[in-house]
Each structure stands twice: as structure tokens, then as C-alpha cells.
Design a protein around this ligand. Structure first.
Ligand code: ZN
Length: 333
């Protein structure tokens, strides 16, 4: 398969165009941008400093709620928020029934060493199973979402986002943090105030995507309609700091290992916490002809936070068939 000579996007990626040097349109657009990435990142760090100075200590309970998977990126983000900003943090883990046992241990260890409170949200297995089976069989999300992640991942992350936002509104927490890698979400969205109207739109489309005859009891995972009015002044800022802090995977792992984090041996190359990911990747590749992580990894290669060979290795290796089998059997697919 032909892939871009600069990043690693393949010819099967929707909308891709190569020039005569074999460079893709995504790389050309990034090269022609007049913004210096280092200056842009420094600008965002200042913006976060200012935002945190303004909100720290103002809430009755926590400064920030963080979606915490126990994976390397969210563990590193937690360390950053705790050590650089000394925030009062509530971490929330969404138990999707596929969290690696090593990731659970990492969650316990890091929330202890970094002295942060932690809650787990687990939906019942029949509901989780119905949602993941639906996402495995059908394209339940629009194309732009599927360029960035598999249906299964998007369903799971959608619920995580909904649950942390709902909790932030209820507990009046001014910041919601995510550990997206620098390639996972654009820097332009790295610090963004949520608002009732956009949230309502997102919630409606997620609810529509997840609803089915098998999944009738899902309202409790979403923002109740009356919150948009009664909590309209509580809508928090979403932040994902790794978009604009220095990022090097080896260094990230070294720093969190110093806090007691251990690398799981039972996950695939694109996840350090989830045992469903390899199956989700395989479904996506079969259906769409490209790896659901390729945009993220290509962005990281282009930003030079990951080597091109390493990116190719992560994206163009076979999925671990043992893990695929584990997930398929558990989902009875
Ligand atoms: Zn490219």
C-alpha cells in the first residue's frame, strides 16, 4: 500500500491526495502554515497558566475533573496537573469492562502517589456489551468521527466525555481534563470553554448513535435537559494539555514509571490500558481500509514527537490476534 513519504497516511485514507514527491495534502497544508508550532504551543501554555490562576481554589470541591484511563498519556497528564499546577483533582475512570488489570493497578498507584481522589463509573455488562456490539457491526457515527477513531472507541469516549461533563456540572468543577496525545486532537481545541448549545447538539447525536432496542436505559449517562438552564453558568473549560507541552513517549513513560506506573503487557501497540482496542481496530480496518489511529500517529510523526519508523510499526503491524479473540469471545460476536 502506498503511504505518504513524510507522514504515514495511506492512499486509502479518505480525501488524501499525493503530489509528485509522494507527499500528502495533510503534510503540505502543515508545511505551508505560517504559524511556528513552538510559538503556538508557548501561547497555549500561557493561556492555560492564566486560566488556572483564575479558577484554582474557586470551586467548592475540585479544581479539575480528569478522565483517567490509567494509560500512559492520561497518567502523564495527571502528573502534570498535580505537580506543575498543584490542582485539587478528581479522577474518573470509565470501567468499560475491558480495562487491563495492570491499568487498574496503575490507577490505584498513581492516584495514591499523586494524592488525587478517584471514582469509577461502571455501567452494567449487558448495556456495555450491547453498545460495543452495535458499534462493531454498524457505522453509528458520521464520517469525520470515523477518520479519527473506531466506532467502538468513539462510543466509549463519548460516554466518558458525557460522564465527566455531567459530574463537573453537578459538582461545580471549572475544568475538565483529558490526556489526548499531541496527535489525537488539534491544538486549536486544547483549551475550550464548553457551552450549553454545543453540548446539547453533541449529546443528541451521541444518544442517537448509542440508542437501540437492546439499549433502552441510557438517559442516566447523559446531561439532563434541565441542566442547560440551571447550570448554564457552570459550563467548564475542556483542556488537553499534552497538545502544547513537550512530548516524547520514552520520556513520558520514564517519568510515570518513577511514580510506580507499569507498562501493561496485555494491550496492543496503540493502547496502554484497553483490552478491547485491538478488536476495535480490526473492525475499523476491515470496514474502512485504514487504521483508526493513523491520523493521530501521522500527526505525531509530522510534529516530530514520534519517529516515522515507530509510527509505521504501530499502524502497519497486524493486530494482536489473541487480543482480538479475547474481545470477540467476551462480546459473543
Ligand atoms: Zn503526509
Amino acid at each position: 500500500m502506498k503511504i505518504c513519504n513524510q507522514c504515514i497516511l495511506p492512499e486509502t485514507f479518505p480525501g488524501i491526495k499525493f503530489d509528485d514527491r509522494g507527499i500528502c495534502n495533510h503534510c503540505r497544508r502543515a508545511d505551508s502554515s505560517s504559524t511556528d508550532p513552538a510559538v503556538q504551543k508557548a501561547g497555549y501554555r500561557n493561556k492555560l497558566d492564566t486560566l488556572i490562576t483564575g479558577v484554582k481554589g474557586t470551586a467548592p470541591s475540585y479544581d479539575v475533573i480528569m478522565a483517567y484511563s490509567g494509560g500512559k498519556d492520561s497518567s502523564y497528564t495527571l502528573k502534570l496537573l498535580r505537580e506543575r499546577y498543584d490542582l485539587k483533582i478528581l479522577t474518573l475512570t470509565f470501567d468499560n469492562h475491558f480495562v487491563s488489570p495492570v491499568a487498574w493497578q496503575n490507577i490505584r498507584t498513581l492516584t495514591d502517589t499523586l494524592k488525587t481522589d478517584h471514582i469509577t463509573f461502571k455501567l452494567p455488562w449487558p448495556s456495555a456489551k450491547a453498545i460495543f456490539c452495535k458499534a462493531a457491526r454498524e457505522d453509528i457515527f458520521p464520517v469525520p468521527a470515523l477518520l479519527r477513531a473506531s466506532s467502538i472507541c468513539t462510543a466509549c469516549i463519548g460516554m466518558v466525555k458525557s460522564l465527566v461533563l455531567k459530574t463537573a456540572l453537578e459538582m461545580s468543577i471549572p475544568l475538565v481534563a483529558f490526556g489526548w496525545s499531541p496527535g489525537q486532537a488539534p491544538i486549536q481545541s486544547a483549551i475550550m470553554k464548553t457551552n450549553p448549545s454545543l453540548t446539547a447538539q453533541n449529546q443528541a447525536s451521541l444518544k442517537k448513535a448509542l440508542s437501540s432496542d437492546a439499549i433502552t436505559e441510557i438517559n442516566q449517562y447523559f446531561i439532563p435537559e434541565n441542566y442547560y438552564a440551571i447550570y448554564k453558568d457552570r459550563f467548564p473549560h475542556n483542556i488537553h494539555p499534552l497538545a502544547f507541552f513537550d512530548y516524547d513517549e520514552g520520556e513520558v513513560i520514564r517519568q510515570i514509571q518513577a511514580l510506580g506506573w507499569k507498562e501493561p503487557k496485555d494491550t496492543d501497540t496503540n493502547s496502554s490500558n484497553c483490552l478491547l482496542n485491538a478488536f476495535a481496530n480490526q473492525c475499523h480496518i476491515k470496514k474502512h481500509g485504514f487504521h483508526p489511529y493513523v491520523l493521530e500517529i501521522a500527526n505525531m510523526v509530522r510534529q516530530r514527537v514520534m519517529g516515522r519508523d515507530e509510527g509505521i510499526e504501530k499502524i502497519y503491524s497486524e493486530q494482536n490476534q489473541e487480543m482480538v479473540k479475547y474481545a470477540k469471545e467476551k462480546l459473543e460476536l
